[in-house]
Design a protein. Sequence first.
Length: 204
Amino acid sequence: MGIYQDQVLPRVINAVMNRREFAVIRGRVCSGLEGEVLEIGFGSGLNILHYPPAVTRVRAVDPAPVGRRLAAKRVAASGVPVEYIGLDGQAVPLDPASVDHVVATWTLCTIPDAGRALGEVYRVLRPGGSFHFVEHGHSPDPGVARWQNRLTGLQRRLAGGCHLNRPISQLVADCGLELTRVDNYYMKGPKPFSYMFEGRAVKA
Ligand SMILES: C[S@@+](CC[C@H](N)C(=O)[O-])C[C@H]1O[C@@H](n2cnc3c(N)ncnc32)[C@H](O)[C@@H]1O
């Protein structure tokens, strides 16, 4: 599992997540960002091209060294400075109320305790700051949700801890942020893997 998890999986994720349909969503998620941004699950840096010039700095958190290597060219080509500050979204080494926005794209599925990571999102956001996200998760369609529950064990083993069945809107609301918009939709592909939550939440 070591080589697969550490070397192969980040490259597979980079290839799969670099498709055009994901890029369109990344553009929407990153629109309106400015100032100091924290990105949890920075991965191979696929959001960096979508950051508006008004972003002054991205603080990146991700545990995968290969993802970081894959991100290097994108980071170098970007006009936005990126600073790696940590390995775990569950314990972010930033002061309270120190960033304007937090970004997460297809990451809360994988962090072992997503609620704890969202607690960190709440803590580091300044009042009035916002969380921009797109995540896959629990479908309201009972037939799809049953398959999500059945397949999550296997998915976790094959895809680096990824859960198919997390109730993303509920988790975001539970951390104290106020959801201002959530769009739910299926992307192309098997439904248990493709039910999306794309939205924004603010810290009052
Ligand atoms: C499916 S990938 C998505 C990568 C990237 N956000 C994107 O949109 O292409 C999930 C990412 O979550 C990262 N991750 C896993 N555990 C994490 C943790 N505890 N804290 C922060 N990121 C984590 C993985 O290393 C991986 O880069």
